[in-house]
Structure formats: structure tokens, C-alpha cells
Design a protein around this ligand. Structure first.
Ligand SMILES: *[C@@H]1O[C@H](CO)[C@@H](O)[C@H](O)[C@H]1NC(C)=O
Ligand SMILES: *[C@@H]1O[C@H](CO)[C@@H](O)[C@H](O)[C@H]1NC(C)=O
Ligand SMILES: *[C@@H]1O[C@H](CO)[C@@H](O)[C@H](O)[C@H]1NC(C)=O
Length: 280
């Protein structure tokens, strides 16, 4: 930190006093770290099996995701086999663009029925799309545009284009959400300011290793993404398939045994995130 002592002796004296007080406070603040103690979780909602697509809401039309997409309805998606589910797998596709080239590519935007304000969320992903022009994502946010920025957004899986740099884990918030604090994460912070109006709304993103997305992830039969959203903070993990914690496979997920998170968004800073629907 730098302190402007000013030109005059009197100011210099004042500057030294202020410095002596400010530095310890700053150090304390940035070293503060939440207690992510063990919590008890019980299952609230599952999306799986042949009715995977029956139990979720659908976006339709182009909608404001800034992608070149045309979201079709549940019925349209089933009819054109854009969505397809078996007992152990759900597949989402995208169709080629139409001959005019002006309409976005048909695909789906699927929304959870319930809204959440906290919880533990597990996503088992067998295969991810990557390559030029793709922008797949799973995120949590409120769907109404006027509420969106006030209630924030948690991006759980996101990658663009070649998808060879790793998955991005991001928060988008209103003011007062800076990540320049102590964090424990294996991912690399790309930006510390979560405020939606800075850095072209890139949010405070953390990137996992190249193995957390794309060809490498698929080569490992996919993986499991997890989000723990609680008063203490928000943490996200990506486990390549062969490193999935046994307690997840047993249906008793226990984050306190998972080790360092891929992305860690500590408290105080994440209070502006509120109710969210899961979207993908
Ligand atoms: C499309 O979405 C809007 C907004 O959620 C909804 O009012 C409308 O009924 C939907 N249309 C179809 C055909 O599902
Ligand atoms: C829909 O896609 C699934 C998965 O690729 C495939 O097995 C099935 O035959 C397709 N159904 C139709 C009607 O094309
Ligand atoms: C950011 O949020 C504010 C407050 O809700 C909103 O007015 C503004 O349009 C948002 N900016 C962007 C780039 O989304």
C-alpha cells in the first residue's frame, strides 16, 4: 500500500499516524478467512433419468444471453431430438443454422423449477461441447432481466470457442464484491472485480486447468462439478471422472472432505448474490 505524505511536516506527522493504524487493519482484513465448517445436507431436488427434460422449465426465443441461438420449446426440442434422455444420460444438441443464416442456431435453455438461496449443487457431466463458436454454460441467476444484476449470477461451467483453456467459474454482482481477499483455490483468478459494469461484464472469473474442460475432460469421461453456496462463501470444484470423491458417488456429498476448491469466493463479498434458478 502507498501513503501520500504530502509536502508539509505537519501532514507528514499525520500521515505516519494514519499509516500505523491502517496497515494492521488492512492486513487483518485481507487475512480473514471463513470457517467452512461441515454442514448437514439433505436431498431437495434431482434431475435425472428419462424424465430429465420433463421436469424443467424452458426458455424460448432468442433471449438475452448474447449467443447466436434460437431457444426452442420443450415440445419443439423433443420433436427435433434436440433433447434426448435415457435412464442414465441426458443429451442436449444444437442444430445447424438455417439457410438464411440470420436466425440463431436452434438449441435449448433449460431452467430448474425451483429457486435457491443457498445449497450444495452437483452436476455430473459426461461430455462437453467445445470448438469454434460454442458457448455452453450452466449458471444460476434470476431470469427476469431487471432483477438479474441485483440478484447476481453464479457461473458454474462456462467455456468459449476452442474450450482448451479450462472451465471458468465466475460471479457477476452489483457493487461491493471484490475478491482481493484471502482465498484457497487451485484455479487462477482472471479478474477480482465481480461488479457487472466493469471489464465488459466479465465478472470475477477463476479458470481451472485445461483438464477442467473440453477435449481433456471428455477424454476422461467427463467429470463432476460442484457448488457449495452458503453464508460463509461460495466454493466450486471440478473433479475429473477418475478423481470424483467417493462420498459423491455414494450420494452423500461432503465438501469438508474434498480438499481445496477450484474456485473460492469468500464471504462479505458475495452477499449481493440472492435467489437463483439453475440454467443450462
Ligand atoms: C415462452 O416464454 C415466455 C416467458 O417465459 C412464456 O410466457 C411463453 O408462454 C413461452 N412460450 C412457449 C410457446 O412456451
Ligand atoms: C435421438 O438421439 C438419440 C441419441 O443420439 C438417438 O439414439 C435416437 O435414435 C435419436 N432419435 C431419433 C428419432 O432420431
Ligand atoms: C449492471 O447492473 C446495473 C444495476 O442493476 C444495471 O443498471 C446495468 O445495466 C448493469 N450493467 C450491465 C453491463 O449489465
Amino acid at each position: 500500500m502507498s501513503v501520500d505524505f504530502g509536502p508539509a511536516g505537519a501532514l507528514l506527522g499525520a500521515g505516519i499516524i494514519v499509516t500505523a493504524i491502517v496497515i494492521p487493519l488492512r492486513v487483518l482484513k485481507t487475512n480473514r478467512y471463513p470457517s467452512y465448517s461441515r454442514l448437514e445436507y439433505s436431498l431437495v431436488e434431482t434431475y435425472s433419468g428419462e424424465d430429465f427434460f420433463d421436469s424443467s422449465g424452458y426458455g424460448n426465443g432468442t433471449e438475452a444471453t448474447d449467443g447466436f441461438t434460437n431457444y426452442v420449446t420443450k415440445e419443439g426440442a423433443k420433436w427435433s431430438n434436440l433433447t434426448y434422455a435415457t435412464s442414465n444420460q441426458a443429451i442436449i444438441r444444437v442444430l445447424p443454422k438455417d439457410d438464411t443464416g440470420t436466425a440463431g442456431r436452434p438449441t435449448v435453455k433449460i431452467l430448474s423449477r425451483q429457486r435457491y438461496t443457498h445449497g450444495l449443487f452437483i452436476f455430473d457431466i459426461g461430455h462437453v461441447p467445445y470448438g469454434c463458436g460454442t458457448w455452453p454454460a450452466i449458471w444460476m441467476s434470476d431470469t427476469e432481466p431487471d432483477i438479474w444484476s441485483k440478484h447476481g449470477e453464479i457461473d458454474i461451467i462456462e467455456a468459449v470457442n476452442q474450450g482448451n483453456k479450462g472451465a471458468q467459474f465466475t460471479l457477476h454482482t452489483t457493487d461491493g464484491c471484490e475478491m482481493g481477499v484471502k482465498r484457497k483455490q487451485t484455479g487462477k483468478a482472471l479478474s477480482n472485480n465481480c461488479l457487472n459494469s466493469t471489464n465488459y461484464n466479465m465478472g470475477c472469473a477463476v479458470r481451472g486447468t485445461p483438464a477442467s474442460y473440453g477435449e481433456k475432460l471428455n477424454g476422461n469421461k467427463g467429470g463432476v462439478y460442484a457448488v457449495e453456496w452458503r453464508t460463509a462463501g461460495i466454493r466450486m470444484w471440478l473433479f475429473p471422472r477418475d478423481q470424483t470423491p467417493p462420498n459423491i458417488e455414494l450420494g452423500k456429498p461432503e465438501p469438508s472432505e474434498w480438499g481445496t476448491a477450484t474456485a473460492d469466493f469468500p464471504p462479505r463479498n458475495v452477499i449481493s448474490i440472492r435467489t437463483s434458478r439453475i440454467t443450462g
